[in-house]
Design a protein around this ligand. Structure first.
Ligand code: FNR
Length: 187
C-alpha cells in the first residue's frame, strides 16, 4: 500500500493540525499514513553530519521508507514553526542523499486565525521546491477558524471540512500515482 509520512508542524497535545491530518487519514482509505514524531528529532548541527545521532537516523529512515510526505502545519509568526523546519533540515542531509528528494508532497495549514496559515503554507513551499519535492498544486488547503471545527472531544464536526478533506485526500492519491508513473517512465 502507498505509504505517506505525516509531519505535523506543532507539538501541542491538542493540535488542530494533527486532528485535521488524522481526519484526512480516516477519510482517505487508499493511503497508509505514518505519523512521524518530529519532536523527537534533535536540533540539526552540521558538526554531527559524520556521526549522526540515533534520532536523526531513525527519522530519516521513516521518510526514506515512505512514498510521499504530507505536511500538516501550524503558522507561527507568519512562517513555518521551527520544529518542522528543523525536521526538514535534518531529513535534507547528508547533501545529495536527502530522504525528501523527489518525494511527492502535499501541504495543509490549519490555524485558529482567518487566513488559515497561508504564510506558513507558502514559506514551506519555498523549501520543498529547493528539495525537489513535487508539491500538489490543487486543491490548496488553508483551514482557518479551526477552533470552531471540532467538538469538545476533539472530533471534526464540520461537514464542509470533512467533504473538503475527502476531496483533498483523493487528489493527493492521484498526485502520488501520477508521480510514480512519471518515475517509472523515466527509469
Ligand atoms: C501562533 N498562532 C498564529 N496563527 C496564525 O494564523 N498566524 C500566525 O502567524 C500565528 N503565530 C503564532 C505564533 C506562535 C508562537 C503561536 C504559539 C501561535 C496561533 C496558532 O494558529 C494556533 O496556536 C494554532 O492552534 C496552532 O496550531 P495547532 O497547535 O493547533 O496545530
Amino acid at each position: 500500500m502507498t505509504k505517506v509520512a505525516v509531519l505535523v508542524g506543532s507539538l501541542r497535545k491538542d493540535s488542530f493540525n494533527r486532528k485535521i491530518a488524522k481526519a484526512l487519514a480516516a477519510l482517505t482509505p487508499g493511503l497508509e499514513f505514518d505519523f512521524v514524531d518530529i519532536g523527537a528529532v534533535s536540533h540539526y548541527n552540521q558538526d554531527l553530519d559524520t556521526n549522526p545521532p540515533a534520532d536523526w537516523v531513525s527519522f530519516r529512515k521513516h521518510i526514506a521508507d515512505a512514498d510521499a510526505v504530507l505536511f500538516a502545519t501550524a503558522e507561527y509568526n507568519r512562517s513555518v514553526p521551527g520544529v518542522l523546519k528543523n525536521a526538514i533540515d535534518v531529513a535534507s542531509r547528508p547533501y545529495g542523499q536527502g530522504a525528501l528528494n523527489g518525494k511527492p508532497a502535499a501541504i495543509i495549514s490549519t490555524s485558529i486565525g482567518a487566513i488559515g496559515g497561508f504564510g506558513s503554507n507558502h514559506h514551506l513551499r519555498q523549501s520543498l521546491a529547493f528539495l525537489n519535492m513535487p508539491v500538489m498544486g490543487q486543491p490548496e488547503a488553508y483551514i482557518g477558524g479551526a477552533a470552531g471545527l471540532f467538538d469538545e472531544a476533539g472530533n471534526l464536526i464540520s461537514q464542509g471540512t470533512k467533504d473538503f478533506l475527502a476531496t483533498f485526500g483523493k487528489a493527493f492519491e492521484q498526485h502520488i500515482a501520477l508521480h510514480a508513473e512519471d518515475k517509472q517512465a523515466a527509469a
